[in-house]
Design a protein around this ligand. Structure first.
Ligand SMILES: C[S@@+](CC[C@H](N)C(=O)[O-])C[C@H]1O[C@@H](n2cnc3c(N)ncnc32)[C@H](O)[C@@H]1O
Length: 260
């Protein structure tokens, strides 16, 4: 293992089986481990691996507090330890750089201040979705958007592709809610999706299990019933392709891609 001032690791969605040996070694070796994990197994393991250095960043969340403010505080805290010339490990659930801002920004700032900083990949919710829903993004391609970003920033869907919408359960809310979100913006999201899909098109509520031996939640629902499908803060929405691709026949022939 090379020396780093800051190493950002993921604990996977399901720590048992998805925490890599490399991430585990860094958690053990670091002087300080700052963690944001969603399951008690990950928390217990981190505390056991590094009893003197483990500190939860979860305590920075507060009811109705803007999540961006919490993320900035996480980054500040991380940098404050890096500046004390200690090896700092930031551990986040899933992949620490997938739909997760603090890890990337901490690395950017640490490097800007002259420190060595690096991220290790982890197993994300999307990786689990590909496995549990038996989907290969090579077939039809895959578009992956944060749900609120998709809604407000004019993102475009190709309905012949797989589509994944993250954070559907916190749509339209930039704050933290401990006991569940009142999802705002669903009527507007449906309106936008109807410009690409039939309201009866089947979509899937997906939640990967965080404990071993537990089945994933895979709940099919017609698009128009999405408001009643019970999306939570850990839900990811999967929309299967609705149309065939618009194949460029001339180009396909020119490239000799038609099999005889
Ligand atoms: C802030 S992002 C964190 C993603 C995480 N870094 C990862 O690698 O998967 C939170 C979103 O990830 C997705 N997510 C997190 N846990 C999940 C789970 N157990 N099953 C399905 N999606 C999940 C949901 O879309 C959720 O709103």
């Amino acid at each position: 293992m090379n020396d780093e001032d800051l190493i950002v690791v993921g604990t996977g969605i399901r720590t048992v089986g998805q925490l890599t040996m490399e991430a585990l070694s860094w958690i053990k070796k670091a002087d300080k481990v700052l963690y944001v994990v969603s399951d008690p197994i990950a928390e217990e393991l981190i505390k056991k691996l590094n009893p003197n250095g483990a500190e939860s960043l979860y305590t920075l969340y507060a009811e109705n507090k803007p999540r961006l403010q919490t993320y900035n505080e996480m980054i500040e805290k991380t940098l404050s330890y890096v500046r004390q010339a200690r090896t700092v490990c930031m551990a986040a659930y899933g992949h620490p750089g997938v739909f997760a801002y603090p890890g990337h920004e901490s690395i950017r700032r640490a490097r800007a201040e002259g420190y060595k900083a690096r991220m290790l990949p982890g197993v994300s919710a999307e990786d689990c979705l590909f496995a549990d829903l038996n989907i290969d993004p090579a077939m039809a391609g895959c578009q992956s958007y944060e749900a609120t970003d998709f809604l407000i920033n004019g993102r475009i869907i190709d309905p012949s592709s797989h589509v994944i919408l993250w954070q559907i359960g916190v749509l339209g809310d930039a704050t933290y809610k401990r006991y569940g979100y009142e999802i705002k913006g669903l009527p507007q999201l449906l309106q936008k999706l109807y410009s690409f899909y039939n309201p009866a098109h089947m979509v899937y509520i997906y939640e990967a299990p965080i404990f071993p031996g537990v089945e994933p939640v895979v709940r099919p629902t017609p698009l128009y019933m999405l408001p009643y499908a019970g999306a939570s803060a850990i839900t990811t929405l999967y929309i299967p392709p609705a149309t065939p691709p618009r194949t460029d026949i001339a180009l396909t022939q020119a490239l000799g891609l038609f099999s005889s």
